[in-house]
Design a protein around this ligand. Structure first.
Ligand SMILES: Cc1cc2nc3c(=O)[nH]c(=O)nc-3n(C[C@H](O)[C@H](O)[C@H](O)COP(=O)(O)O)c2cc1C
Length: 217
């Protein structure tokens, strides 16, 4: 059977489609990516409705050959991690909706990252372990309720993007692109309504940016 290029779309917002900005943007990216070729497939994994559990044992952070001999990892936990890894390793491109929650990653996305960063399997460790995902595109759609100045972490208050860059980019070797949208609370929270126009402008620009990016992958 011929494999068709596959996009893994991962959403991690706690909101549903009606209110989540990152979901609107991962959707726009996905539609543009699908339009880029005749035979393309998308795997949609919504971590809100279908959460990935954190690793069922700390040893799962390491490839089997790197684990201590006394470690006994429950079979169910191994199988759960294998499913998550397989979904990522068989994707040709990845788009992640990544809201900023309490200055960090959504718990749903953190659990997913803890499952896929495995030195010796997905990341190098000593002499062992290549980067099977090296060069594969990973598009991060970062949404933030207030203003964080473009994609910089200048204010030191966004502790999500640095982690995503370290794990996906440095450890896994993926080609990470980040598109940010700030001031999303202007839509839902009256106290921030004065920021709505600036949010709308950025949202429109980010949609175009993502559609153009999808067309190049
Ligand atoms: C639990 C929680 C914590 C949040 N913490 C922050 C925060 O630290 N900084 C910020 O700018 N916005 C914060 N927000 C606002 C979200 O980042 C914002 O609503 C974002 O748009 C959510 O993503 P979504 O629209 O893609 O669903 C928080 C929202 C929630 C629900």
């Amino acid at each position: 059977m011929t494999r068709v290029p596959t996009l893994l779309r991962l959403d991690s917002s706690y909101d549903d489609d009606a209110t989540s900005v990152s979901r609107l943007l991962t959707d726009a990216f996905t539609r543009a990516w699908l339009a880029g070729g005749p035979d393309r497939a998308v795997v949609e994994h919504d971590l809100r409705t279908d959460p990935v559990p954190p690793p069922g044992h700390g040893a799962l952070h390491w490839a089997p050959a790197l684990r201590g001999p006394a470690v006994v990892v429950p079979g169910g936990a191994i199988a759960a991690q294998a499913r998550v890894l397989d979904e990522l390793l068989t994707a040709d491109a990845l788009v992640i909706g990544a809201p900023l929650y309490n200055y960090g990653l959504p718990a749903t996305l953190k659990a997913w990252l803890d499952q896929v960063h495995v030195p010796g399997t997905t990341a190098p460790f000593g002499d062992g372990g290549a980067q099977p995902l090296r060069g594969r595109p990973a598009v991060v759609v970062a949404t933030r309720g207030t203003a964080h100045y473009g994609d910089s972490e200048a204010e030191g208050r966004d502790h999500a993007l640095p982690v995503l860059r370290l794990i996906l980019g440095e450890a896994l070797g993926m080609a990470v692109r980040v598109v940010t949208v700030d001031r999303t609370l202007s839509v839902t929270t009256p106290a921030f309504a004065g920021e709505r126009e600036r949010f709308e402008r950025r949202f429109t620009a980010a949609t175009t940016e993502l559609e153009e990016l999808a067309a190049t992958l």
